[in-house]
Design a protein around this ligand. Sequence first.
Ligand code: PLP
Length: 401
Amino acid sequence: MSLNSPWRSDFPALSALSAEGQTYLDSAATSQKPQVVLDALMGYYASGAANVHRAQHLPGERATRAFEGTRIRATHWLNAASPAEILFTRGTTEAINLLAYGLEHLFQPGDEIVISALEHHANLLPWQQLAIRRQLKLVVLPLDRSGLIDLEQARQLIGARTRLLAVSQLSNVLGRWQPLTELLPLARAQGALTVVDGAQGVVHGRHDVQALGCDFYAFSSHKLYGPDGIGVLYGRGDALARLKHWQFGGEMVHSATYQSADFHGAPLGFEAGTPAIASVIGLGAALDYLGSLDAAAIAGHEAVLHTKLLAGLAARDGVRLLGEPELALASFSIEGVHNADLAHLLTEQGIAVRAGHHCAMPLMQTLGVQGAIRVSLALYNNGDDLERFFSALDKTLELLR
Ligand code: PLP
């Protein structure tokens, strides 16, 4: 299979970056955007910005139609039952904070929230802080050696006091699909709510929230080739009905007096204030773009690149891979070489990779490392990107060793 991405030319930033000598291998942090997304952003502003839902005039009606069009596209993308199950948030982080506040009233002291050892801070800290506020117990599911949540242990740890399970679908550090089809029923059997952090998972393949059987699923547009500042929280209708409102202001209120108010239900009741209208429209364009591509061809291309990435790392002395990544990325450190030095010298050679704790400090502690370098791939990467990375890595190691 060719290692050249047939989609690369759809992304103008790739040639701009390469003209600057930059090789972009940090798409798990954020992705580049296709021209159609840039056109949608420009089109909205150039044809007349207007607020959504409130204006009667033509630009307002046009903006509202485009904005709500994205909600319909997201509904189809995730196979949600209805557009009313799609809430726009600022991103995955805000979606999970919304849940931690909106569901707070359901918890009693001593109840348990279950997460896993590999969670991004976005799916750890909101629950940790809720646990502190309500005197709950935060239970952390351990991992096996390959980087999967250990199901045997999960069967022991998910129990009668479990009220909520929140886990990542695909780790941003370990690059493995988590066993959600086995895990989520364990929580459901206890009557607990289930939350899936889809920030990385949504980028790779199509996911059906009804088949997954989760109550909530969150993702960020900027990782899915869309604009930043916007994300989606899917909530199953009856799970959304249990949420209390958390941010108050325009748009979300049905009627108000000085002393009291009553609020819309989902979705508008959870979208207080003027939303990121252009970004929502841009996300719609990203979903249209992705929907027009051959998903199997994308997965095939990414798999070939990933194999090359793993083979290249395995061929170099002293590389310690974190877990056993199966797609999209690889995180590693190199014996006797400080990550910061490695990152610095790669950066000097125009290689854009991520270094550090990857917003998962407790995971780094569990793995016994200070941090790691992460190379992450997207549909627009070519084999050449990896060759440039490996030649920069070899030069760096020659210098440092
Ligand atoms: N969860 C995971 C697994 C992530 O990788 C990220 C971002 O890196 C997030 C959550 C947070 O996403 P955002 O910063 O877009 O809210």
